[in-house]
Design a protein around this ligand. Structure first.
Ligand SMILES: *Cc1c(COP(=O)(O)O)cnc(C)c1O
Length: 378
């Protein structure tokens, strides 16, 4: 007799908690019957890089051909731009694919991987999907406890430590100095995955020297993406820079045509689009200020962020706030599944979108106050 699916799927897969993506804007618009503003997935509100789109359109005429799966031209351009050898670079269908590829390359049952609580859930899922054990260190406020992470990194079974800098969903960063201190403490036995998905947005001088560490041959692999500042989230393309030997092993497991020719072309175009990057970073800087000021005026707490989103405290279970915002056409993400049951995460939008979010927040808090007063009277 055929076995049930339950018996066929390993327990460590059945126990996985799935990634919860932001809701597609069309789906929400159908549901609420009005235009919606999506501030839920840290996308670029300016749209894709125009140079990237132009290159993508041109590449489509060759879409009958399989892509160069290794992405030679894009790796060459990245190598030049970043001063990294091409055999130290690998492309992925977004950097999330590379997280998964790293886990599959390095981990097996009996191994540990370390990540912080309140960080990017793909680290947790990709680790557990290999049958390895996930070790989660505590947060210190909104920040990583780098000391605890380094200590866990020295664990006899630890093969990977995942760090997002800045972190999603808190938007917090650690400095280049703090990271080098962490590396010293963590020892040399684990691979340190440094996820810099929001790298281009961070304007702090003390932020990151990650590629210097890669050049120096440290056990550090840096992840970057075209999904955020370059505005190509729908194209699915990102890259990693790390030790050539590790990249070589990852290439054995990489699905042969994991990034499309159109996505590679778009990324090449976008990489040269300095103007789009500068406009995007400028708009984000202004948006962070606008949102921060607006929330402060309402007395709403939030984590100070260097990225393109804010973790906003609701002061109570954040699901009703999320739902109230949704009814006004604003899509944000309730953060319980990322470890913050009392918070939402809002992505920085255009000035107009940020304004609509603030307006909706203020109406939602008026409603809550009114409900509170009613509650007391009764
Ligand atoms: C958005 C994000 C990524 C990038 O995802 P892609 O797969 O490149 O679209 C990676 N890491 C973190 C922490 C992110 O927030």
């Amino acid at each position: 007799m055929a076995k049930g699916i339950r018996e066929l799927v390993p327990e460590f897969i059945r126990e996985l908690e799935p990634y919860q993506p932001g809701r597609p804007i069309e789906e929400v618009e159908r549901e609420i019957g009005m235009r919606a503003v999506k501030l839920a997935s840290n996308e670029n509100p300016l749209g894709p890089s125009p140079k990237g789109m132009e290159a993508a359109r041109a590449a489509m005429t060759e879409a009958n051909r399989y892509p160069d799966g290794s992405g030679y031209y894009l790796r060459r351009a990245l190598g030049k731009r970043l001063d990294i050898s091409e055999d130290q670079l690998i492309l992925g269908a977004g950097s999330t694919e590379l997280i998964d590829l790293l886990a599959r390359t390095l981990l097996q049952p009996g191994d540990d991987a370390v990540a912080s609580e309140g960080s990017f859930p793909v680290y947790y899922i990709s680790t557990q999907a290999t049958g390895a054990r996930l070790v989660r260190t505590k947060l210190a406020g909104y920040d990583f406890d780098l000391e605890a992470m380094a200590k866990a990194g020295r664990g006899a079974r630890t093969k990977i430590v995942f760090l997002a800098n800045p972190n999603n969903p808190t938007g917090r960063m650690f400095t280049a100095d703090a990271f080098e201190e962490f590396l010293k403490e963590a020892g040399e036995d684990a691979v340190i995955v440094l996820d810099e998905a929001y790298y281009e947005y961070v304007e702090r001088r003390d932020y990151s020297r990650s590629l210097e560490l890669v050049r120096a041959g440290k056990n550090v692999i840096v992840l970057r993406t075209f999904s955020k500042v370059y505005g190509l989230a729908g194209m699915r393309i990102g890259y990693a820079a790390g030790p050539a030997e590790l990249i070589g092993e990852m290439n054995k497991l990489r699905s042969p045509f994991n990034t499309s020719s159109v996505a590679q072309a778009a990324a090449l175009g976008a990489l040269e689009d300095k103007e789009h990057v500068e406009r995007s970073v400028g708009m984000n800087r202004a948006g962070l200020k606008q949102l921060g000021r607006g929330l402060e005026e309402m007395g709403v707490e939030y984590a100070r962020s260097v990225a393109n989103f804010l973790l906003v405290e609701a002061g109570q279970d954040a699901r009703p706030l999320s739902a109230a915002l949704l009814r006004q056409g604003i899509i944000v993400r309730p953060m319980a599944w990322m470890g913050f049951p009392n918070a939402i995460r809002v992505s920085v939008g255009t000035a107009e979108e940020n304004g609509k979010f603030l307006q909706a927040m203020s109406e939602a808090s008026e409603l809550r106050k009114a409900a509170g007063q009613k509650g007391r009277r009764e």
